[in-house]
Design a protein around this ligand. Structure first.
Ligand SMILES: [Zn+2]
Length: 307
């Protein structure tokens, strides 16, 4: 009996998260979208735009160090600065009380005051965080590398949030600096997207159906991603879930439209290495799955940057 209790206690501990984890099971509600699964039609290499080799290379680099200490996060920010400068983005830092957010920007050509934000948290929980949130952070970079090749009417702003794992501290600090909220088209926040045991194309585009927000509803952002999936014939399907546990929630609190993209965490694809030492770059990361997600976001982002 004691043994059973111990096992029960251990498994409860394993699945209980502190206040700062964004994927708390009781918060999520699940229902597989009624939209039929879209299978790839003629999406040949020629139509794919994300450079997967570059993505892998940068993910390996980012995942070399634990991103918890200020010193290691400084290295991370330097690495990101170099990469974004290479593609012509203007780079800056936003220090706040306990950390520093990374910012990179490409100005819009005709209406630069309108801004679309792509974000990810750059910190980890004392591990290498290859999936959480290396895949999100390098995913934003991969999309930006493609966006850098064209000009768009609106501004693209990339944000790498510090101290997400400590309670969305960095994104809260950033949102507090936004003077004109109406100029923000929205925030597309990338979370871990590399684990895909079910291999059925399921992933999350989480908007929590927030129609009460001022201005553009968050669903407009989700809708663009769904449009891009069907337009490109990507092998993805949106699995519904709702959670406040990532940096998008700081935007919601400020009534700014936001969504979070992630692997089908609540629907059976939760990474077994989540917040563990084994969250390294290895064969459990599914690159073609991540490629499809990035292609969808890239296409949707382009639509949002001009209409
Ligand atoms: Zn995360």
């Amino acid at each position: 009996m004691k043994f059973i209790l111990l096992v029960l206690l251990l498994s409860l501990t394993a699945f209980s998260h502190d206040d700062h984890d964004w994927r708390t099971d009781y918060e999520a509600y699940l229902s597989v979208s009624s939209e039929p699964m879209v299978f790839p039609k003629t999406l040949g290499r020629s139509k794919k735009r994300i450079d997967l080799n570059e993505f892998k290379k940068n993910l390996v680099t980012l995942s070399k160090i634990e991103r918890g200490s200020t010193a290691n996060l400084d290295i991370t920010r330097s690495f990101l600065s170099e990469e974004y400068k290479k593609i012509g983005f203007e780079v800056s830092l936003q220090p706040f009380g306990s950390g520093t957010n990374f910012i990179a920007e490409k100005k819009g050509t005709s209406s630069p005051e309108k801004i679309l934000i792509l974000s990810s948290h750059i910190d980890s929980v004392g591990n290498k965080g290859a999936n959480d949130n290396g895949t999100g952070t390098i995913g934003v970079l991969a999309v930006s590398q493609e966006l850098a090749k064209n000009n768009y009417p609106y501004t693209i702003r990339v944000l790498g949030f510090d101290r997400e794992e400590k309670g969305l501290v960095g994104s809260d600090a950033y949102v507090a600096t936004i003077k004109n909220k109406a100029q923000i088209i929205g925030n597309i926040n990338f979370e871990m997207m590399g684990f895909h045991r079910k291999n059925d194309g399921g992933f999350h585009v989480i908007d929590c159906e927030r129609p009460f927000l001022l201005g553009t509803p968050s669903e407009k952002l989700s809708l663009e991603i769904k449009n891009s999936i069907s337009k490109l014939g990507l092998p993805l399907k949106v699995v519904k879930a709702c959670t406040n546990r990532s940096d998008h929630a700081s935007f919601w609190r400020a009534k700014i439209p936001a969504i979070v993209i992630s692997e089908n965490f609540f629907g059976g694809d939760a990474d077994p290495c989540y917040h563990s030492k084994c969250d390294i770059v290895d064969e459990r990361l599914n690159y073609s799955y991540m490629e499809s997600i990035m292609e969808a976001v890239l296409d949707a982002t382009e639509a949002l940057l001009q209409n």
